[in-house]
Design a protein around this ligand. Sequence first.
Ligand code: NAD
Length: 247
Amino acid sequence: MLKGKVAIVTGGTRGIGYAIVETFLKNGAKVALMGSRQSTVDAALEKLHSTDPSWDVMGLWPALDDYAEVQLAFDQVREKFGRVDILVNNAGVSAREPIYDYEPDAFKKIMDLNVTAAFLCSKAAAPIMRAEGGGSIINTSSMVSLYGQPSGVGYPTSKFAINGLTKSLARELGKDNIRVNAVAPGVTRTDMVAALPPERVERIAAGIPLGRVGEPQDIANGFLFLASDLASYVTGEILSIDGAAMN
Ligand code: NAD
């Protein structure tokens, strides 16, 4: 589905991002994954190469909230792979402190990575995609972007902002044939969920109409659709993949 395409995936070292990287590679794309440090990036590359040594994948670890570093990283991707067709803004952090204990710096940290980094990467990608005749930008939102969450206000705030970025950029970049969409996952079995006691996960799953939490592959499948030409007339969409969960 992605033969001949080049993708950049931020936060691609584990969890949902890793599943997206693997799914894109299986579908013929060349992929640049970005993580926060060299050691985790190298470990992800090693794991991917041990799955299939023929996959064309590179790794980078720019500070995603620093535009000069982002631009340099995008230049390196273009140097190696020649183009950029798909950008997945997936890197994200979460926190659940009540507002009474919320450190102002912690709020800024969440916004820097979850929102500013997505803006900066989109800003770096747009002129490249425009020059190539189009592209696809896909952001990782969350089910909490629809109705908030009862603690840790920075995280849902950042995901509401991601939906705004998605819908606004879709309207701005449509004329350049750049589609901009988001996937809003529900509770997904990444390291964060794996750390919860199994009874807690069972309780969460019992409240979800489909009766289970999501797997990273469930989420990656949505990214694959939105990245591919099957979604050629889909833009400005926030695709919920959450088993119809309601918080
Ligand atoms: P994870 O913690 O397993 O992975 C996060 C990824 O972000 C890692 O690859 C990490 O390297 C990267 N990252 C973290 N800080 C970074 C930084 N400063 N610079 C660059 N990269 C950094 O998380 P996940 O559950 O796979 O989440 C991925 C995305 O999905 C996030 O945007 C998250 O908000 C969203 N999401 C997750 C769930 C869930 O239940 N797991 C639900 C809804 C949305």
